[in-house]
Design a protein around this ligand. Structure first.
Ligand code: C5P
Ligand code: C5P
Ligand code: ZN
Length: 479
């Protein structure tokens, strides 16, 4: 990894040193003990877990895998019951150092994570890019952190770099100009491009560029949100007709990847005209062109060929309780696993659009403050879906530039809260991860995450008081 500057140099050297030291420990322990790998259940977590599992399988090691949606004492006590000499956490753990070192004190622990850390890592090999001076919310994902360790374990693991890019896209880290990556993510992308595993092109970033009919690809794009087109397949079809872009070749629907440059230009011109006719600024259309990342070893026309679609497929698996299927795909299974994941994805889409319709048509489901919008999903939104709903409500910009808070009640009777900010609010000082980290324990719960996206679980009885305090802390910052 090339050090970009003198001050950067030390940081990069420390990162490499720490990766090497952590990798040696993993190798040594894996030689004669069972390894328990625990990873987070979203797209980044599944990518991170897949990278680490592939790397461990190359050692070889005997690995037991757990996919978890959060960390609390109960989950750690379950993990403690499983026989193993080394527990590796990926994309989760850094916010929970105290309870991890307390409950798992009798074994070696490695945490490879990019969340904002909290607590004292006593006895924990804490491989967290934040503490080495790299911004874990923007320039490296959990999968990226796992990848750096995997590469320190064996240089052959450079072939796992595409999964680190999938993970970073799952966490929406393509925030540099034109949907590019920053910092460590761009170094990892370089590994993937140099190994001819990923190709990066500037193109229309409509979602589903490999697999969806063009009008559906336009309609499914919510980032940027195109009023009158996002979610409106019929209107998108009419727009293609007006742009004289044929939607089919014989019986087969054409996809974005089938279109000529000229056809793409005509589509963009029509979208600009449409946006201007709504008295909105035509510039948002510039956000439709950006880096697209193709996985060159995947078949064209499948959703694994496009790294953004790949991430969405994994996210669907995790959130629909099929995380193991996501891991199977992440470590290279295709065929039946891929078919099953497609079905899970279809169910995920249906579930998510059911929730979005419910939000749009149930004014009582929602409360709007000056700087927050709170969706109360109790009895409607599944506990695993609050994060996905919160991300979608936030990126759809339906309620303006506010912090989005989605709550529901879990099977065990707790309240679950998923919060999302925007880049502009983060620039103004909002740090949801830090806010929830300090607020949740004051209400007998756990919470944390990133400045822009964070979550918490607290006793249900505390929810109203918790929300009031959360709202006033955000108002305190933004008023
Ligand atoms: O646990 P992890 O870091 O993997 O999850 C971060 C979550 O935050 C992801 O679900 C991701 O989609 C979401 N996110 C978001 N908006 C951003 C950045 C991340 O909704 N700008
Ligand atoms: O659950 P949700 O998708 O809203 O989580 C957003 C971010 O907050 C994720 O990165 C997740 O790992 C983190 N989080 C956390 N502690 C919690 C809940 C979520 O660190 N109790
Ligand atoms: Zn992550």
């Amino acid at each position: 990894m090339q050090p970009p500057s003198a001050s950067g140099e030390r940081k990069y050297l420390e990162l490499r040193d720490q990766a090497t030291r952590t990798a040696s420990l993993i190798k040594e322990k894996a030689r004669d003990d069972i390894v328990l790998l625990a990873t987070h259940f979203d797209a980044d977590g599944i990518s991170a877990g897949s990278i680490m599992l592939s790397a461990l399988n190359r050692l070889p090691a005997l690995t037991h895998l757990r996919v978890i949606d959060r960390i609390d004492e109960k989950i750690l006590e379950d993990i403690e019951q499983i026989q193993s000499g080394l527990v590796i956490f990926t994309d989760i753990g850094s916010g929970y150092l105290d309870i991890i070192s307390k409950i798992l004190r009798n074994r070696d622990i490695v945490i490879a994570d990019h969340h904002q850390p909290l607590g004292d890592p006593v006895g924990v090999h804490h491989f967290n890019t934040h503490i080495l001076g790299f911004n874990g919310s923007e320039e490296i994902s959990g999968a990226g952190t796992a990848y750096l360790l995997a590469k320190a374990l064996d240089s052959r693991n450079a072939d796992l770099s595409p999964m680190a890019i999938v993970g970073a896209l799952g966490d929406q880290q393509d925030k540099a100009a034109k949907r590019g990556f920053k910092g460590l993510n761009s170094e990892i992308l370089k590994d993937a491009v140099d190994s001819r595993l990923i190709e990066v092109k500037q193109d229309l970033i409509f979602f589903g560029r490999q697999t969806r009919p063009v009008h559906r690809a336009i309609a499914s794009t919510t980032d940027p949100f195109l009023p009158g087109l996002s979610g409106e397949e019929d209107r998108c079809l009419a727009l293609l007709d007006a742009a004289s872009v044929p939607t089919k070749i014989e019986d087969r629907w054409r996809t974005i990847s089938d279109l000529s440059l000229d056809e793409k230009q005509r589509i963009v011109e029509k979208i600009v005209a449409h946006i201007i006719s709504l008295n909105l600024k035509g510039e948002i259309v510039m956000d439709l062109i950006g880096s697209v990342y193709s996985l060159l070893r995947e078949d064209p026309g499948t959703s694994l060929r496009d790294a953004r679609e790949f991430a969405t497929l994994l996210n669907a698996c995790g959130r629909m309780n099929r995380a193991a299927l996501g891991i199977a795909i992440g470590v290279g299974d295709r065929g039946d696993s891929y078919k099953a994941a497609q079905e899970v994805y279809a169910q995920y889409k249906t579930t998510l659009s059911k929730y979005m319709n419910w939000i749009a048509t149930s004014p009582n489901a929602m409360r709007r403050g000056r700087h927050v919008v709170i969706v109360n999903g109790n009895g409607v939104i599944d506990e695993n879906m609050t994060g996905a709903v919160s991300s979608l409500v936030s990126s759809s910009n339906l309620f303006g530039d506010k912090v989005t808070i989605v709550t529901t009640v879990t099977a065990s009777g707790d309240a679950k809260v998923s919060t999302r900010a925007t880049e502009r609010l983060v620039e103004k000082g909002v740090n949801l991860g830090k806010t929830l980290q300090s607020l949740a324990p004051r209400h007998s719960g756990v919470g944390g995450g990133h400045a822009i996206a964070a979550g918490a679980t607290i006793p249900k009885i505390e929810l109203e008081r918790f929300l009031t305090e959360l709202e006033s802390s955000i108002e305190g910052l933004l008023d």
